[in-house]
Write a protein that binds this ligand. Structure first.
Ligand SMILES: [Ca+2]
Length: 514
């Protein structure tokens, strides 16, 4: 035992030394011009799968506009639309025209009308921005690859005689592909050539695109593949580019919201947290899902405070962007496997700090496993096909009776859908949950407890991660003085005396106390 303790101590010291020198390095850089954009709750939508307004089976912008009352009924106040620009693929991450809405989805005018309607309902709209690469069918690439004298040639990256064509990309993928007698760079896929950000014309073009959509009313961007603008060996250049881009966007729209996809280690994400309003918290997403699956909160207890503290040190205006899963991961319900555990995960997501993101269909327990098409299936509005239901692909995971439609869950007060609505509404009404600071309360690993503090308002949240009813006593930190009144959840306070809180909580449930 002694030896284990010694190892833990050595590990902790090494970690702290590493962390403090890391923070010292960060504090030298200038602080970004940025205001804190918290209090948002996002709904991530794949337009193709959402709602079809014209009967072709493909979800579209007008369908989305028609269903804004549903989105509003969830309580969310912001939407992230997955790619809406013209593209030859079903997903749209390979763009052929950055200035035009995908004709499958409608017109630019439809989109402007949609934004106006959303804004009237108090809902912000951000869109996916994919600027690391274009489609190989983009007119720029067609011209660049067929004419070495084209002004677009240098929009892309071409191998030189010194390039090692066999060297894999940082993703471990092949990255050089032949076109004519030259090789172009494409780290994700041969049909998505990477753009050349050493070319000032590319940088200006990308800013022009941002301006175009911001002036159409868009509230911000979800920045795709943000860490891949340059190879990892040139990460500094990537960061310089994003600083330039963020500054530009803020000059066009002061309160623009920029959230970046940096799927990497905490240390790497922290670099980007200096620049953007938010970065997706891939680490906590995985910790929540695994914690719920294995009914163990150890990793969450180890990570939550250190992650939030790191972000706060790097950028006081930074707002975390937690989520359970997104369009690149197996559906949360498929991973977690039961309604009661899904509610536990959702309740945690909706009581943690930051702007939480909910992936469409998560609120009704839609299922799905990779490949990607099957984690992006048609949203299940009805029990049997009715007008508006999209069917651009066959549902493999959500057509059966074990996934209940919106129509069915609306009528069931205990449904997952109504649970999400209730939790979102509660979050919005309680500033400690919506905007408060976070303080972990150390406990055993079958429960998770933390305080949320906003000015003088305090709330304590306690989760039971197990399938058994638990009765426990925990010690509250001295600064967390609460009345001991349960304001939400399934359980009760048995006593609160001298900072000792005794309670019981139902299986896979929680209590919130003020
Ligand atoms: Ca349609």
């Amino acid at each position: 035992m002694k030896r284990i303790l010694r190892y833990i101590l050595i590990f902790a010291i090494v970690f702290l030394i590493g962390l403090s020198s890391f923070l010292a390095g960060l504090s030298n850089s200038q602080s970004p011009v940025q205001t804190k954009k918290d209090g948002l709750i996002f709904y991530e939508v794949f337009v193709r799968s959402f709602y079809d307004s014209n009967g072709d089976g493909i979800g579209d912008i007008n369908g989305l506009a028609e269903k804004l009352p549903y989105i509003k009924s969830l309580g969310v106040n912001a939407i992230w639309l997955m790619p809406i620009f013209e593209s030859p693929s079903y997903h749209g991450y390979d763009v052929t025209n950055y200035y035009k809405v995908n004709p499958d989805y409608g017109t630019n005018e439809d989109f402007v009308n949609f934004i106006k309607k959303a804004h009237k309902m108090g809902i912000k709209v951000i869109i996916d921005m994919m600027i690391n690469h274009t489609s190989s069918k983009h007119p720029w690439f067609i011209e660049a690859s067929s004419n070495k004298n084209s002004k677009y040639r240098n929009y892309y990256i071409w191998a030189t005689p010194n390039t090692n064509l066999d060297e894999p990309s940082e993703l471990g993928t092949r990255q050089w592909y032949k076109k004519g007698d030259s090789y172009y760079n494409a780290i994700f896929w041969s049909e998505m050539p990477d753009l050349n950000f050493d070319n000032k014309a590319v940088r200006e073009e990308m800013k022009k695109i941002a301006k175009f959509w911001l002036e159409k009313g868009v509230d911000g961007f979800r920045l795709d593949a943000a860490k891949h603008i340059y190879p990892l060996s040139r990460e500094k250049d990537t960061l310089v580019w994003w600083e330039e881009y963020a500054k530009f966007c803020r000059s066009i729209k002061k309160d623009v919201y920029l959230v970046a996809e940096v799927w990497d280690s905490l240390q790497r994400i922290a670099q980007y947290a200096k620049i953007f309003d938010s970065c997706f918290n891939f680490i906590i997403a995985q910790n929540i899902i695994e914690g719920v699956i294995y009914e163990n909160t150890q990793t969450l207890q180890n990570n939550l405070s250190s992650i939030y503290n790191l972000y706060k040190n790097v950028n006081p205006q930074f707002v975390d962007a937690p989520f359970l899963t997104n369009h690149d991961m197996n559906r949360a319900y498929t991973e977690i496997g039961s309604n009661s555990k899904m509610k536990l995960a959702a309740a945690l997501l909706l009581t943690l700090p930051g702007n939480p993101f909910i992936y469409y269909g998560e609120e009704i327990g839609m299922k799905g496993q990779k490949p990607d098409e099957y984690i992006r299936e048609p949203f299940k509005w009805y029990e049997t096909w009715k007008k508006g239901q999209t069917n651009w692909e066959m549902s493999l995971y959500n057509s059966g009776p074990d996934v209940a439609s919106v129509e069915k869950q609306e009528k069931d007060k205990n449904s997952l859908l109504n649970f999400y609505r209730d939790m979102i509404s509660f979050r919005k009404k309680n500033l400690p949950l919506l905007k408060g600071d976070f303080q972990l309360i150390k406990t055993s690993f079958d429960i998770l407890s933390f305080a949320r503090v906003y000015n003088n308002q305090k709330m304590v949240v306690i989760f039971n991660f197990t399938g058994k009813e638990l009765s426990k006593t925990i010690n509250l930190p001295s600064n967390i003085n609460i009345t001991g009144k349960t304001v939400k959840g399934s359980g009760k306070i048995l006593s609160l005396k001298n900072g000792k809180l005794s309670f019981s909580i139902k299986p896979y449930s929680f209590i919130i106390i003020n």
